[in-house]
Design a protein around this ligand. Structure first.
Ligand code: GAP
Length: 486
């Protein structure tokens, strides 16, 4: 079965996963809203990441493959930060794409996307079509959204919406060190919105102008940084595999030297074969970067640039720093080895929306199953990992009488009270109710039938195997909880 983006996008809208932002006004390009099911799915993606990074992390045990035990803490930092942050981080000068305008169709394109862009004058996709049009020379376009803080509308009040969450961790390095009593190696994680004024937002939520990131900055001794880089690169890849992304659709790709960001010593991308891409093409889900000590040094000394393979503070024509750093001491003192150094940083930077989109694309399945009358019918089902499924359980009375609705409502309430996302439905034939749940990826359906009053058991149906077994009513919550944990 070839999955197409059209079927996936239409399911997302029909069942309430994703809507275009401000749709009733015609939408706004690059902005998206999550509907009732999408919000639960994305919450589960965030929760799975936060649990992996923070809540389930064991500070004492050495995880498999790690050089030693380490601590992990979280932060939530502001979207608008001091403008100097972006000058020292390099975003003010360097965070831009090259854009070109087509003089014929008046559209604007990213210079590196031009061969696959669609010209509205020629609606079918013609790679390279624009070469024949009259394109302007490429111009630099900074991707940061500018805003004004307070009543000052001039340049003194200018600020930016953050284009990444990472800087919030760097500027709080000392605060966390002093307050959380952590020792290097340790990581600081954050989930939050970022904004980039992308020239060509496209491919559903893949490239949006407002999106959410899940980033972690891991501070370690320079001599151990390559081992930690390897560790996080492999561990992050495994996270997607554990949550159900098939290995054929996932790849871990090391960047070539010419692809590396201005700060990076080494980067690997975790990539997914999204259905909107051509065969054998992959799109980035997460980047795992070895950032060296670039960020801490920049925020201390001033914006750095590479000169003869060394990072030095960039200066103006008078020899002063082009952008001054905070001047704060952002070194770390190891009281056992008595060594003072600037930690190196390993950064796994994931996108919550991209990961959610990949889990949606991966989950989409079609097969054929007999309906209530035994006739084969196409079934669409979302094979979400039970941890990610927006609804975990659906409870159905087989018929609307003989005490079945009352018993079903009792079970529904018990599951809700245990914090398990559950829905109740008594409308329509049972086969139809199953199919409605399959289409949103509910892993378990419970049916209360005529026998329930006698044997105090219900039927549990598994979305994937379609297996139906009977379980005692008093074991429902523990049985479902165990299955969700597994
Ligand atoms: N701090 C490093 C950093 O921000 P990045 O590769 O630019 O690195 C990290 O972004 C992740 O954020 C990407 O792998 C992607 O999942 C997500 N992301 C970046 N730009 C995005 C966009 N315009 N729309 C949706 N997600 C985006």
């Amino acid at each position: 079965m070839k999955k197409t983006m059209e079927t996936i996008v239409s399911l997302c809208k029909r069942r309430g996963f994703l809507f275009q932002s401000s749709e009733i006004y015609g939408g706004l390009n690059g902005f998206w809203d999550y509907g009732p099911l999408g919000v639960e799915l994305k919450r589960n993606v965030r929760e799975a990441w936060w649990s992996e990074m923070i809540t389930s992390h064991d500070d004492i045990l050495v995880p498999e493959g790690a050089p030693r035990a380490f601590s992990m803490v979280g932060v939530e930092t502001s979207i608008i930060m001091h403008p100097q942050v972006w000058k020292c981080s390099g975003h003010y000068d360097l965070f831009h794409d090259e854009m070109v305008d087509c003089r014929e169709c008046k559209s604007r394109f990213r210079a590196d996307h031009i061969s696959t862009s669609e010209c509205p004058l020629k609606p079918s996709k013609h790679p390279g079509e624009h070469d024949a049009c009259s394109l302007t020379d490429p111009r630099e376009f900074n991707l940061m959204f500018k805003t004004y803080v307070g009543a000052l509308s001039g340049e003194e009040g200018a600020a930016f919406l953050r284009p990444e969450t990472a800087q919030g961790m760097f500027v709080n390095f000392k605060n966390v060190l002093d307050s959380a009593r952590v020792k290097v190696p340790f990581g600081i994680a954050q989930i939050g919105k970022s904004f980039r004024n992308e020239i060509t937002p496209r491919n559903f939520t893949f490239r949006s102008r407002e999106f959410e990131q899940m980033e972690m900055e891991f501070f370690c001794h320079p001599d151990e940084s390559r081992q930690w880089y390897q560790y996080w690169r492999d561990r992050r890849h495994q996270w997607y595999v554990k949550l159900g992304i098939g290995s054929d659709n996932l790849q871990l790709r090391d960047h070539d030297a010419d692809e590396l960001s201005h700060y990076s010593v080494g980067t690997a991308d975790i990539e997914y074969a999204f259905p909107f891409l051509d065969e054998n093409e992959y799109g980035e889900l997460e980047g795992v970067a070895h950032r060296g000590n670039f960020d801490l040094r920049s925020h201390s000394e001033g914006k750095l640039i590479k000169q003869n393979d060394e990072l030095v503070v960039e200066t103006d024509s008078d020899g002063n720093p082009k952008y001054r750093g905070s001047g704060k001491d952002l070194t770390y003192f190891d009281d056992q080895s008595r060594e003072r150094y600037i930690p190196h940083v390993i950064e796994p930077a994931a996108g919550a929306d991209r990961a959610t989109l990949a889990f949606i694309c991966e989950a989409y399945r079609e097969d054929e199953q007999p309906d209530d009358k035994g006739k084969m019918q196409k079934r669409v089902y979302m094979q979400f990992h039970p941890k990610l499924a927006p609804v975990k359980v659906a409870v159905f009375p087989l018929i609307k009488k003989e005490g079945m609705p009352e018993k079903a409502a009792e079970i529904y309430r018990e599951l809700k009270q245990a914090g398990i996302v559950t829905v109740y439905s008594q409308q329509g034939a049972i086969g139809r109710r199953y199919r409605q749940q399959d289409e949103i990826g509910t892993p378990y359906c419970l049916t209360i039938d005529g026998e329930t009053a006698n044997d105090e058991c219900v039927t549990i149906r598994d979305r994937d195997s379609l297996e139906q077994t009977r379980i005692p009513v008093k074991e429902i919550v523990s049985e479902i909880s165990n299955r969700l944990r597994g």
